[in-house]
Design a protein around this ligand. Structure first.
Ligand SMILES: *[C@@H]1O[C@H](CO)[C@@H](O)[C@H](O)[C@H]1NC(C)=O
Ligand SMILES: *[C@@H]1O[C@H](CO)[C@@H](O)[C@H](O)[C@H]1NC(C)=O
Ligand SMILES: *[C@@H]1O[C@H](CO)[C@@H](O)[C@H](O)[C@H]1NC(C)=O
Ligand SMILES: *[C@@H]1O[C@H](CO)[C@@H](O)[C@H](O)[C@H]1NC(C)=O
Ligand SMILES: *[C@@H]1O[C@H](CO)[C@@H](O)[C@H](O)[C@H]1NC(C)=O
Ligand SMILES: *[C@@H]1O[C@H](CO)[C@@H](O)[C@H](O)[C@H]1NC(C)=O
Ligand SMILES: *[C@@H]1O[C@H](CO)[C@@H](O)[C@H](O)[C@H]1NC(C)=O
Ligand SMILES: *[C@@H]1O[C@H](CO)[C@@H](O)[C@H](O)[C@H]1NC(C)=O
Ligand SMILES: *[C@@H]1O[C@H](CO)[C@@H](O)[C@H](O)[C@H]1NC(C)=O
Length: 807
C-alpha cells in the first residue's frame, strides 16, 4: 500500500493540515460516523435534518432485498455523482441523502491508523488513545494455531467496530497481506504468514473469518446478504513480492511467472481466501504479471476472482495503481482515460487513488468504457456497505464502546499470541528454562533489549501499552541493561564493552539482537541475511566472557544467518521472537523462565547468507533453473544447506508420534469419459499405466477422503504444545514434483506424560494434487507417502492411489 514513501506522505499530510485546518475535522466526522451524530445512513432523523423524507428513498426500505435497494441508489445518481463514489474517498451525494465514506482502513494485526492522509477513516486521539497491537503476522503465523488466528481476527474486529461507533474507524479494512514469501530478502515478510501457500491460505481463511463473521450468521446461505462485522481484504493479488531490490521497484517490476507457479503458489492463498474465507474484498497489486499490470488484467480479476472463485465483494487497487500504469509502467502508452477504462473493464471496482474520480467521466464521454461498467462496480461496493450495516446498523454491534478496546483480555491475547509464536531454535543441555531460584540477576543486552515500537512493526496503530524485554525480565529478577550497540545498525563496537561488563556480573545473559523497519520494510528489500554491523561480534564477545548461561533472542521477520551463534558452544540457547507485538517483552521473559513452554515453528526457511548470491530476487520461478544455476525456492524446492528449516522449532519437552491408523489405499472410480493424463517421469523409473487424472473431472466427495490418525505423546517432564505438520510426498519419479508439501497441520496441547490423538481427514482432490508444467491440476496415481516429524522420529506413512475405470 501507500504508493509514496511514508516520509513524503507525512510531509504532504502536514502541508494539507497547514492549509486546510478548518476543513479537516468536518471531513473526518462525515467520513467515519455518517454525519456526526448518526450511526447509520437510513436514520429518519438524519434525512429529516437534510430536508428529506427517508420514506421517499427505496434504498432505505429494509423490506426490499439489497440488490433492489442498491439499484435504486445507483439509479438516482448522475454520471458525475457516480464517479465521485469509486475512489477510496467516496464523496457521497447529499442531494439523495448519501454521506461520504472513506474506504481505506487497515487492521493487519490490530486496528491501525494507516490510511488516506487528509481524511483518515481510522485514527487515535484523546478519546480513543490506542488499540491492542498484536504480534506481527509472521510471529502469529509461527504459532500454527488456527483458532488463535481466528480469535485475533474477532478481537480486532470488536475493537474496530467499537472505534467505528465512536467515529474513530471505518468498516472496510485492507488486511490481511497474504503474499507468499518466495525470497528471504523480501522486505514485507513481517506482514505475511510465511512461505508455504497452504499455511498462508489457512491463515487468511481464519483471520478473515475472525474479522468478518457476525456471530450466529456465519453459515448464512445467501452470501450477498450475509452480515459483515467488518470487511476484510486479501492482498496483494498477485505474484507481488519484490518491493525495492537494488533499484528494481514494485511499481515497474514485471513478474515473469509460469502458469504452474501461478496456480500452485501465487494464486493458491487467494483462492482459499475467497472460496473458504468468503472474503469481501481482494486488492490487486502494482506489479505487472507477464507484461500486464495486475489491476488491468481481465483474466486475473473478472475471470479468476469474480468468475471462477465467485467473490462476494469488491476488487480494489493498491493505492495509486492506475497512476502507476501511466507514470511508471507507461502501459500501452495510455492516457489516463484509457487506463481507467481498462481497469474498469478488467473488473476493478474501486480505485485507491483519484484516477477513477478524475478521469472516469471523460472516459465514458469518449466512449472508452460504458457507464454500465461503473454501475456494476458501484453495485458490488454498496452491497458490501449494506452487509456492514452502514445503511441500517447491526444492532448486536452497536453497544460496543471504549470498554471493549484494550481490555485486559485483549492485551492477554496479544501476550498469548507472542508466547505461542516464539520459536526455540537451540537449547544446549536444556539450559532453558532458567530458574528464578538460581538466576537472581539478568543482563539484558543488545540493540533490542529495550525494544518498543520495533515490536509492532508496520501497519500498526497506537498500542494500549508496551512491555519491552527489560520490563518483561524485571518481573523475574534484577535486570542489568546495556544496549551494546547504539541502534540496530550497530556501526561500531564502542558500546560492546559495557555489555560484556554487565554479562560478567549477571547470573544469566540475554542478548536481544535483530533487525527492524530500517532493514526490512515496505519498499525496502534486504541485500543480505546477516545481523547488521557489529551485532554478531557483540554476541561473540558477550558470550565469551559471560558468567552465566547465554540466551540469544532474535527479532526479525525474515530469517537471519546466525550459524555462528548456532555453532558456538558459548551460546546455549537461541529464540526467535519475530516482531512480537506490544507485549513482546513479557512473552519472551515468560518463555525464558519457563512460565510458558515454547511450541512455535518457523514459517520460513532460514537460509545461509550465501543464498542471496545464488539467484536474483527478480527470478520468480520456485523450481531450480539448472541452466542458470538457480537452486530453487522455499522448502518445497530448495534441497541444500540451510541454517534452520521451515517448520523447525524445539520445546522444553519431547514428543513422540505413533501411527494409530491411516488410509493406505484409495481407489478412485473413473467413468469412461475420464481420460488418463500424462505425467513426466524420470527415465527408467516405474510409471503407472494411468499416471494421473484431471482433478476438475472428479466428484471430490467423501469417497475421495483419506484419513490419518496418530498419537502424540509428551515423553518429557513439562506440559507443552506440539505442532503436527503433515507433508505429502508425491509418488517417486515424477519430474518436477515438490520435495514435499504441507497438506495439514494442527497444534495440540499435551500434558507431561500424557498423549493425545490427532486425526486428519484429507480430501485427495485438495491435498494429493500436483500442478503440472502445463498448468493442469492433476491427481497422480501410484505410491506416495505422508511425512510427519523429523530426524529420528520421522514417520513415513504410505498412501497409494489407484484409478479404476468403470465399464
Ligand atoms: C491456540 O490458541 C488458543 C487461543 O485462541 C489457545 O487457547 C489454545 O491453547 C492454543 N492451542 C494450543 C495447542 O496451544
Ligand atoms: C456453522 O457451521 C459450523 C460448522 O458446521 C458449526 O460448527 C457452527 O455451529 C454453525 N454456526 C451456526 C451459528 O449455526
Ligand atoms: C459501554 O458499554 C457498556 C456495555 O454496554 C456500558 O455498560 C457502558 O456504560 C458504556 N460506556 C460508555 C462510556 O458509554
Ligand atoms: C526504553 O525505551 C522507552 C521508550 O523508548 C524509554 O522511554 C525508556 O526510557 C527506555 N528505558 C531505558 C531504561 O532506557
Ligand atoms: C560509534 O557509533 C556511535 C553511534 O552511531 C557514534 O556516536 C560514535 O561516535 C561512534 N564511535 C566511533 C569511535 O566511531
Ligand atoms: C553439556 O553437558 C555436557 C555433559 O554434562 C558437558 O560435557 C558439555 O560441556 C555441556 N555443554 C555446554 C555447551 O555447556
Ligand atoms: C529430547 O530428546 C533429545 C534426543 O533424544 C535429547 O537430546 C533431549 O535432551 C530431549 N529433551 C528433553 C527436553 O527432554
Ligand atoms: C515433459 O515431457 C515432455 C515430452 O517429452 C517435454 O516436452 C517437456 O519438456 C517435459 N517437461 C518437463 C517439465 O520435464
Ligand atoms: C536432495 O539432495 C540429496 C543430497 O544431494 C539427495 O540425496 C536427495 O535425493 C535430494 N532430494 C530430492 C528430493 O531431490
Amino acid at each position: 500500500m501507500a504508493a509514496k514513501p511514508f516520509i513524503i506522505l507525512s510531509l504532504l499530510a502536514a502541508m494539507f493540515l497547514f492549509t486546510f485546518t478548518c476543513a479537516l475535522p468536518r471531513m473526518k466526522d462525515s467520513m467515519s460516523t455518517v454525519n456526526g451524530n448518526y450511526t447509520h445512513v437510513c436514520d429518519a432523523m438524519r434525512f429529516f435534518e437534510l430536508g428529506l423524507n427517508v420514506k421517499d428513498f427505496a434504498y432505505c426500505d429494509t423490506s426490499l432485498p439489497y440488490e433492489v435497494r442498491v439499484k435504486d441508489l445507483i439509479d438516482r445518481m448522475t454520471l458525475s455523482e457516480k464517479v465521485n463514489q469509486i475512489g477510496d474517498t467516496a464523496y457521497g451525494v447529499t442531494r439523495i441523502g448519501l454521506p461520504a465514506y472513506e474506504w481505506w482502513s487497515e487492521a493487519l494485526h490490530g486496528v491501525s491508523d494507516v490510511g488516506q492522509w487528509g481524511h483518515k477513516a481510522s485514527y487515535f486521539d484523546e478519546e480513543v488513545p490506542g488499540a491492542t497491537s498484536f504480534p506481527t503476522v509472521i510471529t502469529t503465523a509461527a504459532s500454527f494455531n488456527k483458532s488463535l488466528w481466528k480469535h485475533i481476527g474477532q478481537v480486532v474486529s470488536t475493537e474496530a467496530r467499537a472505534m467505528h461507533n465512536l467515529g474513530h474507524a471505518g468498516l472496510s479494512f485492507w488486511s490481511p497481506n497474504i503474499n507468499v514469501v518466495r525470497d528471504p530478502r523480501w522486505g514485507r515478510a513481517l506482514e505475511t504468514p510465511g512461505e508455504d501457500p497452504y499455511v498462508v491460505g489457512e491463515y487468511a481463511v481464519n483471520y478473515v473469518r475472525g474479522l468478518q463473521d457476525v456471530e450466529g450468521t456465519e453459515n448464512a446461505t445467501d452470501l450477498n446478504s450475509r452480515p459483515l462485522k467488518v470487511a476484510a481484504c486479501c492482498k496483494h493479488y498477485a505474484a507481488y513480492d519484490v518491493d525495492n531490490w537494488l533499484g528494481i521497484e514494485r511499481y515497474n517490476f514485471d513478474a515473469r511467472v509460469t502458469e504452474q507457479d501461478m496456480q500452485e503458489t501465487f494464486l493458491k492463498p487467494f483462492e482459499m481466501c475467497v472460496k473458504d474465507g468468503d472474503v469481501s474484498s481482494v486488492m490487486c497489486s502494482y506489479n505487472k504479471i507477464n507484461g500486464i499490470p495486475a489491476c488491468a488484467d481481465p483474466r486475473l480479476l473478472r475471470g479468476k476472482i469474480r468468475g471462477e472463485w465467485d467473490l462476494h465483494g469488491y476488487i480494489v487497487s493498491d493505492c495509486d495503481s492506475i497512476e502507476v500504469m501511466i507514470n511508471h509502467q507507461k502501459w500501452l502508452k495510455d492516457e489516463p482515460e484509457d487506463a481507467v477504462a481498462q481497469a474498469l473493464k478488467a473488473g476493478l471496482d474501486l480505485d485507491c487513488g483519484n484516477y477513477y474520480t478524475n478521469y472516469a467521466r471523460n472516459s465514458v464521454s469518449k466512449g472508452k468504457v460504458s457507464e454500465k461498467d461503473i454501475d456494476v462496480a458501484l453495485k458490488y461496493l454498496y452491497i458490501v456497505l449494506m452487509r456492514l450495516g452502514f445503511f441500517d446498523g447491526i444492532p448486536q454491534l452497536e453497544d460496543l464502546n471504549m470498554t471493549n478496546v484494550c481490555t485486559s483480555e485483549h492485551i492477554e491475547l496479544a501476550t498469548e499470541a507472542a508466547r505461542e509464536g516464539i520459536v526455540l531454535l537451540k537449547n544446549t543441555n536444556q539450559t532453558l528454562p532458567l530458574s528464578t531460584k538460581k538466576i537472581k540477576t539478568i543482563a539484558v543486552v543488545g540493540p533490542h533489549a529495550n525494544a518498543t515500537s520495533a515490536m509492532i512493526g508496520n501497519y500498526a496503530g497506537v498500542p494500549c501499552q508496551y512491555t519491552s524485554p527489560i520490563q518483561g525480565f524485571s518481573k523475574y529478577g534484577k535486570v542489568i541493561y546495556e544496549m551494546g550497540c547504539a541502534d540496530v545498525a550497530c556501526k561500531n563496537d564502542s558500546m560492546v564493552f559495557q555489555a560484556v561488563k554487565a554479562s560478567k556480573k549477571a547470573d544469566a545473559t540475554v542478548v536481544v539482537v535483530g533487525i527492524d523497519l530500517s532493514v526490512e520494510a515496505e519498499s525496502l528489500d534486504r541485500e543480505d541475511l546477516l545481523l547488521p554491523g557489529y551485532q554478531s561480534r557483540l554476541i561473540k564477545l558477550v558470550a565469551a566472557q559471560s558468567k552465566g548461561p547465554v540466551v540469544v533472542v532474535v527479532m526479525s521477520a525474515g530469517g537471519i544467518d546466525i550459524s555462528s551463534a548456532r555453532d558456538s558452544s558459548k551460546v546455549h540457547s537461541i529464540l526467535w521472537a519475530g516482531y512480537p507485538g506490544e507485549e513482546g517483552g513479557q512473552a519472551i521473559a515468560d518463555v525464558v523462565f519457563g512460565k510458558y513452554n515454547p511450541g512455535g515453528r518457523l514459517p520460513l526457511t532460514w537460509h545461509e547468507n550465501a543464498y542471496v548470491d545464488m539467484l536474483p530476487m527478480t527470478s520468480m520461478q520456485l523450481r531450480p533453473i539448472d541452466h542458470l544455476g538457480y537452486p530453487g525456492r522455499t522448502y518445497k524446492f530448495f534441497n541444500s544447506s540451510i541454517v534452520y528449516p521451515f517448520g523447525y522449532g524445539l520445546s522444553y519437552t519431547n514428543f513422540s508420534y505413533s501411527l494409530v491408523s491411516s488410509t493406505k489405499h484409495l481407489e478412485v472410480q473413473l467413468n469412461k469419459f475420464q481420460h488418463c493424463r500424462e505425467v513426466n517421469y524420470t527415465e527408467g523409473l516405474y510409471k503407472p499405466a494411468c499416471p494421473a487424472v484431471l482433478i476438475d473431472d472428479l466428484l471430490c466427495d467423501e469417497h475421495h477422503n483419506v484419513e490419518l490418525t496418530l498419537e502424540v505423546k509428551n515423553i518429557g517432564e513439562m506440559d507443552g504444545s506440539e505442532t503436527v505438520i503433515v507433508y505429502w510426498v508425491a509418488p517417486s519419479g515424477i519430474v518436477d514434483a515438490p520435495i514435499k508439501q504441507v497438506v495439514a497441520f494442527e497444534r495440540v496441547f499435551v500434558g507431561a506424560g500424557a498423549s493425545e490423538k490427532v486425526s486428519f481427514v484429507l480430501n485427495a482432490c485438495k491435498s494429493l494434487g500436483l500442478v503440472d508444467y502445463k498448468g493442469y491440476n492433476l491427481m497422480p496415481s501410484g505410491g506416495g507417502h505422508f511425512i510427519l516429524g523429523d530426524g529420528d522420529d520421522l514417520l513415513k506413512i504410505p498412501i497409494h492411489i489407484e484409478f479404476k475405470h468403470s465399464t
